[in-house]
Ligand binder design. Structure first.
Ligand code: GLU
Length: 553
């Protein structure tokens, strides 16, 4: 086709496209950012719920942009309308906001490089496809799906490269007249790249995570525009990341095999290639097969972002966990700098996992417990209340009605070098402190006890009758020791061990009896603190409850 014919064809195919490259270059100027600033983007498709892998990749976008004084934006990649779910876009935004992985600009965040929704950008994609028609680098292809399927089958049988290329690219060299005939007939068509790649040659990129990657050039005539005129991922990626001035494309490594096509498109369109950082998936050891596999929304409850919200994993703890999977040296740094913020750490691509990042639930839980252990009783109260208001209004009401008392409970064993590490999630609080509120304790009763061992109720009654709760911890402990000794128990486990036949038990057994009667469990935070907060009246009520409980059995 001559140049004039290609111009005519371009007009025929895109009569409404009037803007040019210059218009867009003006509309989306280079960003005025300091040297080294990274422009990153999170480009989710609104095709389902957000999972941990999405949060991880958006987290990377955020930290790299933030630490380089750059820009992190959100682009909705909704070119596959068939797979789009209702409310998908809104859900993505609300998850990002909820998890405080907040873009500086993008869909629903504003900015000058929009629209940030690909389905609203058809005109810009078509402008560049029109250019490629004029330059002879793209062509309309009228092949039917059946024809393409037959070609694929033949290629599979012959074990050769699958795709439309060489002799299979039937419409690559149609004349203008032939094309016109098809158009007059109303035959549907896609626009394909007229690839000039030579598989005998190699292309190379220096991936920021994976290092140097080499590929054979591609000679496939990939689809750029679908039958409905919307772009494929590849074209949209290249056009958008150029005009949104992305400097670093951080994305899932499932896109690695598309790199040669993307390089070809960047080159053909005369756009500068961004830096690529392909992140490895989050993996897990399958509990049944023992094999390492990708985290799965279906099999692993903690794969979905919802889990973190609904079970009440504190945001800061999740951010810390994401930081530990982002950089292999983060954890050690944080151990030595626990008073610092994540933002004080310098993330680097060369400290990112190349193969896969394994999900470590125990580590996540430990981070969460450390988080709670560092919070004051009042902070635990306020944050748990916020959580309960969203997910458990009944408990929220109880918390509000018992505010002062609950703050006291949450403050037990917070002082000292090793604060208690009992809570991992906001949803644990209700369960962990169920003995604190009378109405909850009455319901739960002694159901948490694993053994049906019973304790000497008379001893407990006598103890409570005489106990003075208005003393220091030390005084209290001395007094319970004295009480124990006076009632035939050893004053310490050591004394007991020396001569077990001489004692009914030791002071620890007396404490256990008290603890069980008062809290309904054999383990609890500091018993004296609990007794002080509850006071004698409530304790006496529990003694009656326990009496009923043992008489029932
Ligand atoms: N829309 C693509 C996806 O959800 C994003 C790929 C990219 O970040 O470039 O997989």
């Amino acid at each position: 086709m001559s140049e004039n014919e290609r111009l005519e064809l371009a007009e025929l195919l895109f009569p409404n496209i009037k803007k040019t490259r210059e218009d867009y270059e003006k509309m989306y100027p280079k960003r005025d950012l300091p040297e080294g600033a990274m422009v990153t983007r999170y480009g989710p498709s609104p095709t389902g719920s957000v999972h941990l892998g999405n949060l991880y990749s958006a987290f990377c976008d955020m930290v790299y942009a933030r630490q380089s004084n750059g820009v992190f934006f959100l682009r909705i990649e909704d070119t596959d309308s068939k797979r789009e779910v209702e409310g998908g876009k809104e859900n993505i935004t609300s998850v990002l906001k909820g998890f405080e992985i907040t873009p500086n600009e993008g869909y629903s965040f504003g900015g000058n490089y929009g629209s940030y929704v690909q389905s609203e950008r058809t005109e810009i994609y078509q402008t560049f496809v029109k250019e490629l028609i004029v330059s002879g680098d793209a062509y309309p292809c009228f092949m039917s799906e059946e024809e393409i399927a037959a070609i694929r089958e033949e290629q599979e049988i012959n074990k050769i490269q699958i795709g439309i290329y060489g002799m299979y690219a039937q419409d690559r060299d149609l004349s203008l007249d032939e094309i016109k005939k098809h158009l007059d007939n109303g035959d549907p068509y896609v626009i394909r790249l007229k690839s000039k790649g030579d598989p005998k040659k190699e292309v190379e990129i220096d991936d920021l995570i994976k290092g140097k990657l080499k590929f054979a050039e591609r000679n496939l005539d990939d689809v750029l525009l679908k039958k409905d005129g919307t772009p494929t991922y590849h074209l949209a990626h290249v056009v958008d990341d150029h005009f949104m001035r992305t400097t670093h494309v951080i994305r899932d490594d499932s896109w690695v095999s598309s790199i040669p096509l993307h390089i070809e498109l960047f080159n053909l369109l005369g756009f500068e290639l961004p830096r690529y950082a392909h992140i490895a998936p989050i993996t897990i050891k399958d509990s049944e097969t023992g094999a390492i596999r990708k985290l799965s929304k279906r099999k692993d409850p903690w794969a979905g972002a919802k889990y973190y919200e609904e079970s009440g994993i504190p945001l800061d703890a999740l951010h810390l966990y994401l930081a530990t999977i982002t950089n292999t040296n983060f954890e050690e740094w944080y151990l030595n700098n626990s008073d610092k913020e994540i933002t004080d750490f310098k993330f680097s691509f060369d400290k990112m996992a190349v193969g896969g990042t394994s999900f470590d639930q125990a580590k996540l839980m430990n981070i969460c417990k450390t988080y709670f252990s560092r919070k004051s009783g009042e902070e635990v109260y306020n944050e748990t209340l916020e959580f309960a208001k969203r997910f458990d209004t009944e408990y929220a009401k109880l918390l509000e009605d018992n505010k002062d008392m609950m703050i006291k409970f949450f403050s037990i064993e917070k002082d000292g070098d090793r604060p208690r590490k009992d809570i991992a999630k906001y949803s644990d609080v209700k369960e962990e402190f169920s003995y604190a509120i009378d109405s909850m304790f009455e319901k739960e009763n002694y159901s948490k006890l694993e053994s049906d061992k019973t304790y000497d109720l008379d001893l407990i009654k006598e103890y409570i009758e005489n106990v003075n709760l208005d003393v220091t911890n030390e005084e209290w402990f001395n007094s319970i020791k004295e009480f124990s000794v006076a009632h035939g128990y050893a004053g310490s486990p050591k004394d007991y061990k020396k001569d077990p036949d001489n004692y009914k038990g030791h002071v620890g057994d007396v404490c256990e009896a008290l603890r069980v009667v008062i809290t309904g469990r054999t383990k609890s935070p500091d018993l004296f603190s609990i007794m002080k907060i509850l006071g004698k009246d409530k304790i006496n009520k529990r003694i009656s409850l326990y009496e009923k409980h043992i008489n029932k059995n």
